[in-house]
Design a protein. Structure first.
Length: 192
């Protein structure tokens, strides 16, 4: 949670499909930050990451198709330090969110599933500059408040299934669920 910036962390299992795609698509939809510690920084990690690996071959074309750049991505392991350095943690499943809070119980209030957070901010995300850390703080506060007041109950469809090792259709389903949520976060109209 450094300086005047804001850090978003996406979490999945291997960090080569879902969270990697989420990172690259959100980063592509945000303006570049003015410098270190400023703007919005987007990262990802895996609970059982394939450390050092690039985005999966089946995910790469989907990242490109939706405006992201898969090149140069390197998978990393979720750590307590990674969580502590994040203002908002967006897990791709409820199990991932549980893993985040097991590593850092203090992160509970700022940890959501991606789809849960997108639901919480959907009517408000178009307001403000998507590259403004204050916008992200306000959206996170809104989601925390909604959960605190029972307005954000967990849903069975909050999870985005892992497509790894499955046919291309599973990757299409992943993208069809992930991209609209990323677009909401970026203040855009859903595109998938």
């Amino acid at each position: 949670m450094p300086g005047s910036g804001f850090s978003v962390l996406f979490v999945c299992t291997g960090n080569i499909c879902r969270s990697a795609m989420a990172e690259r698509l959100l980063a592509a939809r945000l303006p570049p930050s003015a410098g270190p510690g400023e703007g919005v920084v987007v990262r990802s990690a895996g609970t059982r990451a394939v450390v050092g690996r690039s985005i999966s071959s089946q995910t790469r074309p989907r990242v490109r198709a939706f405006g992201g750049d898969p090149d140069g991505f390197v998978a990393s392991q979720l750590t307590e330090a990674t969580i502590a350095g994040s203002d908002l943690v967006l897990a791709l499943t409820r199990e991932h969110a549980t893993r985040v809070t097991a590593l850092d119980p203090g992160a509970f209030s700022r940890t959501f599933t991606l789809l849960e957070f997108a639901r919480a901010i959907e009517g408000f995300a178009a307001e403000g500059d998507p590259g403004d850390p204050l916008r992200w703080r306000a959206l996170t506060d809104r989601a925390v408040d909604a959960r605190r007041h029972g307005l954000l109950p967990p849903r069975g469809d909050d999870d985005i299934d892992d497509p790894y090792g499955r046919p291309d259709e599973a990757f299409d389903v992943m993208a069809s669920r992930l991209v609209p949520a990323i677009d909401i976060l970026a203040g855009r109209q859903a595109s998938a």
